[in-house]
Design a protein around this ligand. Sequence first.
Ligand SMILES: [Zn+2]
Length: 464
Amino acid sequence: MIIRNGSCAFPGEDRLLRRDLRISDGRIVAIAESLGGQPGEDEFDATGLEIFPGAIDPHVHFDEPGFTHREDFRHGSMAAARGGVTAVIDMPCTSLPPVVNAEGFREKLEAIGETAVVDFALFGGVSGHRVEQALAGDMAELAPDVVGFKCYFVSGMDTFTAVDHYSFGKIARAAHGLGRPLLLHAEDPSVVLPATRFMHELAQREDREPTWDDYVDSRPESAELAAVAAARALARGIEPTLHVVHVGSAEAALEAVQGGASAETCPHYLAFSREDFSTRGAALKTAPPVKSRGQADRLWKLLADGTISFLASDHAPSTVAEKNTGSPWNDYGGIPGTGTMFPYAYSEGWRAGRLSLDAFLRCVSGGAAARYGLSGGKGTLAVGMDADLALVDPAGEWLVRGAELLSKGTITPFEGMRLAGSVRATFVRGTMVWDGERAARTGRAADGIVAAAGHGKLLRWGYR
Ligand SMILES: [Zn+2]
């Protein structure tokens, strides 16, 4: 098929270029100012639309199997497709069993079955109560199937616990030996645990209900910085193996990158600060929490100059009841973000002039593809690459409504935000999976999903 006349985003360019794309067997096979059609060849008229490489969301919790009351691959991948995301990478910790060994990987793959509409890769993980098994063979067995390993310094999950510093050093060396990044949830327990106790006791002493400030102060910015510094010290000599997930402060990002590690941040750290809890409440609760005012501007600059490698959503929805327990301590920490990541970055990053075109492309697709061994087939608009495309109507606008995200999670801090541009269509390997025009016509977001469940397939390290 030919996609005609779109304004295309190519790497290294500072502006969009009007081109025709020919797609065959799911790949881009030709790019030219004008391509002659062949008899019987399908054509899609992209006049007036902008064409980006499909976004890659390298940090999602799709919760399957085990916690599918919160999210599953069907809904999560539909939300992704709607938001211009063509591939996600799922975290190992929020499923039962967690993906800590080959059996866990097989069970997750079986549970996903034929449900995803966008492509996906999986991370493996190392849980604190299985460090010995991980080092004795589980990591090595998992490595061919996963694009990285994840562990936590502080974990709120009984089924996937934190690792101590000593173990972390050994896990980092194992990951390095296996040629996979080690991802760290960087909050230091020697800050977070006592701070949490202190804030609980403070509210009791002052004889008042807990507040959002209590929650934010229980996980201060220093906890993140201390964790990154510790991780660097423990992985001395192999720091480029480390990747720090969902960094919320500029100091932590700089600390990570100065040692050669990489870092990601999330749209919620760019869009919000702790002051926003007063209006958004639990809808904004994540761990780590959003930081003080001023951090967002600094994070944008670090994204623009490449200090922070890419964006991720940390998509982690929950039920409405879990978000409304009546206590900031108990409300679920996590938001459905995979559907808002690319539209937010498009509107507030590239269109608003905070990111150059090249930086925008790195942040939403190329950076993650390179970090996780997928850049042989994903993350760039070029001949030979998968035809993973996000087509944006630049004249459109998107008013974010949680109920229409297509995720199982409907509570989002982005509720009511107006974003420039609307995702008109998303293609995964040349097949349209999201048809925004159809959804607009019927007035039902779900009608925009036009690919069969199961179109999404597993990606492994070295994909090409
Ligand atoms: Zn996460």
